[in-house]
Design a protein. Structure first.
Length: 260
């Protein structure tokens, strides 16, 4: 028998646990979970990652229990670990989409929401635009590679046969999700303030000239402010998103380190 095949056969149970963690992370993580990436490519990437760290993980891991119930418990744990890594990263993109939705609601773009075929969700115009820009920046700064590096490091920090501290995962996801609304407001605040001032000005004009059609006059103005303001603030958006991506990676590292 080929030595490599014999080694893989002996580590089949461990290989299965590792693939479950990778699959859970790929399903929930930004960029990697995109439907634009074929499933065969995702599967190939996952298998290649697992095989690259399998020898090292096997040397540091105790024997995988052959009992079916214990193995199912470990498999469930692997789903939680992988999903936690992906969800912490996904929260940042949820904040970006929320910021775009806030601006669209104030500018009048909310009426033009449409189905995003990549994420299979209804997204507004600026929400989708901001999400695409955030994805481009995330890939440019190597965020997807940092996620994969964190995933590989998790096999050393949290062995597939060990039970981690689940309360650390819960606290990490909860604290990250709590900051989604704050990040969204910080991203959308400048344009929301400008649009609020515009609404106040239009209200004053409608009182001064009741015969004026405020809706027909104000909608193009607010759309223009939303588009021009987004263009002017794009550099600040990229800088802020990059800063928050660094914080997200630090949070993920702290969660994985604290859960072991």
């Amino acid at each position: 028998m080929d030595p490599l095949f014999g080694s893989l056969q002996g580590d089949a149970l461990l290989l299965g646990l590792m693939l479950i963690r990778v699959s859970a992370m790929v399903v929930t993580a930004p960029v990697l979970s995109s439907r634009s990436i074929p499933m065969r490519v995702k599967a190939a990437i996952g298998i290649a990652l697992v095989l690259s760290v399998l020898p090292m993980t096997s040397a540091q891991t105790t024997a995988v229990p052959a009992d079916g119930f214990q193995y199912l418990l470990l498999a469930g744990k692997e789903v939680i670990v992988g999903a936690t890594i992906g969800l912490i990263a996904q929260m940042l993109f949820a904040a970006v989409q929320m910021a775009g939705a806030f601006i669209d609601l104030s500018a009048g773009f909310a009426m033009a929401s449409a189905l995003d075929p990549v994420n299979s969700t209804n997204m507004t115009v600026l929400g989708r635009t901001y999400n695409l820009i955030a994805t481009t920046v995330f890939v440019t700064i190597g965020g997807h590679l940092m996620l994969l590096k964190g995933l590989l490091a998790s096999f050393t920090l949290i062995s597939p046969t060990a039970m981690p501290r689940f309360e650390v995962f819960v606290q990490g996801v909860a604290s990250t999700s709590a900051g989604v609304f704050v990040i969204a407001l910080q991203l959308a605040a400048p344009l929301m303030a400008a649009l609020l001032i515009t609404d106040v000005a239009l209200g004053i004009m409608s009182r001064a000239a009741p015969q004026m059609n405020v809706f027909a006059t104000g909608l193009p103005i607010k759309i223009g402010i939303g588009l021009v303001g987004s263009a002017f603030l794009m550099s600040a958006f990229v800088a802020y998103f990059t800063h928050q991506a660094d914080i997200m990676i630090e949070t993920l590292s702290a969660v994985l380190t604290g859960a072991r």
